[in-house]
Write a protein that binds this ligand. Structure first.
Ligand SMILES: NC(=O)c1ccc[n+]([C@@H]2O[C@H](COP(=O)([O-])OP(=O)(O)OC[C@H]3O[C@@H](n4cnc5c(N)ncnc54)[C@H](OP(=O)(O)O)[C@@H]3O)[C@@H](O)[C@H]2O)c1
Length: 352
């Protein structure tokens, strides 16, 4: 770290590096570190580095724990950051320091961010374009729930499946972080009817409290038959699948004529193959969503989708659900909590 800081100093004069000298800039900060894949994370003290002209240093209050963090720390995620690294792909906090070219935020602004690994720490450095201001009266805690799950829910339902008012949406792992965001957006923004499919009666009950019209506990039998009993032979218009494996296949078989199924994740651990004859028989569209890839592939959509989620939250149209908060030193307990399927809604790591 010291060597890196020295080489930064050679490249940029202090004035260009940083518009405001952060008073505690030489103070170390704590971060959860993945030093070895498939091993517990370690809390380490890290030395801060200077911000580049387009970068912003943020005092992190809450960092979201996503299923992707678990996968990346096992080496099973699409992106494989070099070891050692700090996981955490989204956060809410307060701007501490801005680089010389930063024009979008200033010191003291409340912000959320997503777009890189390194957020499970007391401070992080972000490109200014991957920060959004948090509007009043949205709390930092609620804001921290939004970035990944609500961007995913909005893109899956609106951009991919083109969900229409009155349509029926089946969502799997419905009481999870992404699942509850899908219920919230489908019900309260798009005025669709939701069937929540989850792995326990308690999770089904929560999904119903959050706006689902019906629920199915798929640990107790066939999903397709349970859905048929609810909506008849016609089937559902849209499936948002977070689980994969047999759950995906049963959900695919539950679709109506011209139904759409969006592959969001494989939390169950099995990547299914799509029987193409099922697509032909009912004019079905099967599609994927890789939300975070929009950062590189379609930045306006990436940016505007979270801006709209923040606006919906400000207007009270959506109500993000916090499942649990763990302290930074409890980060491994938080990981176990999610992998053991005990979590509902979003799990946050508190840095305060
Ligand atoms: N494509 C994208 O851009 C994108 C974005 C965000 C998330 N995702 C994916 O969406 C899925 C959900 O993510 P999340 O962060 O919202 O997680 P989560 O729902 O909070 O937790 C995962 C849930 O998946 C279900 N599950 C089924 N089989 C499981 C198993 N063998 N082990 C663990 N969980 C299992 C559990 O719910 P039940 O007990 O109810 O089955 C569990 O609570 C993940 O696969 C994630 O990678 C993808």
């Amino acid at each position: 770290m010291a060597a890196a800081a020295a080489s930064w100093g050679r490249c940029f004069s202090p004035v260009r590096l940083c518009r405001r000298a952060w008073r505690g800039s030489n103070r170390h900060y704590r971060a959860a570190r993945c030093n070895e894949l498939k091993q517990p994370l370690v809390i380490e003290e890290l030395a801060p580095r200077p911000v580049l002209p387009h970068e912003v240093r943020v005092d992190v209050h809450f960092c979201g724990l996503n299923f992707a963090d678990i996968l990346v720390c096992r080496g099973q995620y699409q992106k494989k950051p070099p070891l050692p690294f700090t996981p955490g792909m989204e956060f809410a906090g307060i701007v501490m320091e801005t680089g010389a070219d930063v024009s979008t935020v200033k010191e003291g602004d409340r912000v959320v961010g997503m777009g890189s690994f390194n957020n499970m720490a007391e401070q992080c450095i972000m490109d200014q374009k991957t920060l959004w201001k948090v509007p009043e009266p949205v709390s930092l805690r609620d804001a921290a729930i939004l970035p990944i799950t609500y961007n995913t829910a909005l893109m899956a339902l609106e951009r991919r499946a083109r969900t229409q008012p009155g349509e029926t949406v089946l969502v799997t792992a419905a009481a999870g972080a992404t699942g509850l965001a899908v219920i919230d957006v489908a019900t309260n923004v798009l005025r669709a009817k939701v069937i929540a499919a989850a792995g326990s009666d308690e999770k089904c009950k929560l999904a119903m409290q959050k706006g689902a019209r019906w629920s199915v506990n798929y640990s107790q039998g066939g999903l397709k038959e349970a859905v048929r009993k609810l909506v008849g032979d016609g089937g559902v218009n849209v499936v948002i699948d977070n689980v994969g494996g047999d759950v995906f296949l049963e959900a695919l078989r539950s679709l109506a004529w011209e139904g759409r199924i969006v592959v969001v994740g494989f939390a169950g651990g099995t990547i299914p193959s799509v029987p193409a004859n099922l697509l032909l028989l009912k004019n079905i569209s099967a599609m994927g969503l890789y939300m975070s890839r929009h950062l590189d592939q379609n930045f306006p959509v990436y940016y505007e989708t979270l801006a709209s989620a923040l606006r919906y939250c400000q207007e009270g149209r959506i109500r993000p659900h916090l499942g649990a908060v763990f302290k930074l030193e409890e980060v491994n307990d938080a990981f176990h909590y999610v992998t053991q399927r005990r979590s509902t809604g979003k799990v946050l790591i508190s840095l305060k």
